[in-house]
Design a protein around this ligand. Sequence first.
Ligand SMILES: C[S@@+](CC[C@H](N)C(=O)[O-])C[C@H]1O[C@@H](n2cnc3c(N)ncnc32)[C@H](O)[C@@H]1O
Length: 246
Amino acid sequence: MKGYGPETFGALNAEDYDLLHNPGTTGAAVDLLADISLGQRTLELAIGTGRVALPMAQRGCNISGIEASLEMVAKLREKPGGTAIPVTMGDMSEVRAEGRFGFIFLIFNTLFNLTSQEAQLRCFRNAADMLEPGSAFLVEAFVPDIAQFRDHRSLKPKHLDRNSLTLEAAIHDPVKQLVEYQYLRFTPDGIRMTPLPMRYAWPSEIDLMARLAGLQPESRWGAWDRAAFTANSRMHISLYRKPTGS
Ligand SMILES: C[S@@+](CC[C@H](N)C(=O)[O-])C[C@H]1O[C@@H](n2cnc3c(N)ncnc32)[C@H](O)[C@@H]1O
């Protein structure tokens, strides 16, 4: 999407982000992530407003982040404990945080914010380079559902009440596995447009990217409570390990 860079998501969404996404599945995500993280130097790629990183830090996790958006980090810094979390600014497919980590994670479909296969693979390689041998990289992403598109397009009402209507319009490019969304919120004050391009990848392709980066697939769950991943799962939480001696 022309004019949409790594910093655009935050510029458009930072203001309402926590209102829309917390709590949701935050509690369950923090339980699993803190369980893996405790005792390990941990890095969250695309740490955002600290929705998950802050409660992890409160539980004693040693956590740092990488983030592209100054607006999202400003929201993190406003919260109690938010100034104590080191954040490296930049594109998570390229920028390195200092030192090596015992656990790295990238959640909430954010791998798909990288809109080409090359950028996603670069991100895996970057994460693998920052991991200590023997340590894990965790990715949470949705399972693509391209049946929702008709003629490569979709239009869905997402929310309505007496004074507002939110529509999600999307155009799908099956060759690039790219979906360009436009969220339209109609209120008596006017229309607000929030674009979002996403490059989806199947779980099998994500496993292959991990392998190309030198990581071994270890576990896959269908929910944050570690429920089994099945043919009906709409999301996955996948854990990859860097072999010892690599
Ligand atoms: C859906 S939010 C997730 C934030 C946080 N991980 C959470 O779970 O609440 C996506 C985040 O990715 C950041 N982001 C998008 N592209 C990025 C990139 N290339 N490098 C670093 N951060 C990026 C956005 O600024 C935003 O903070």
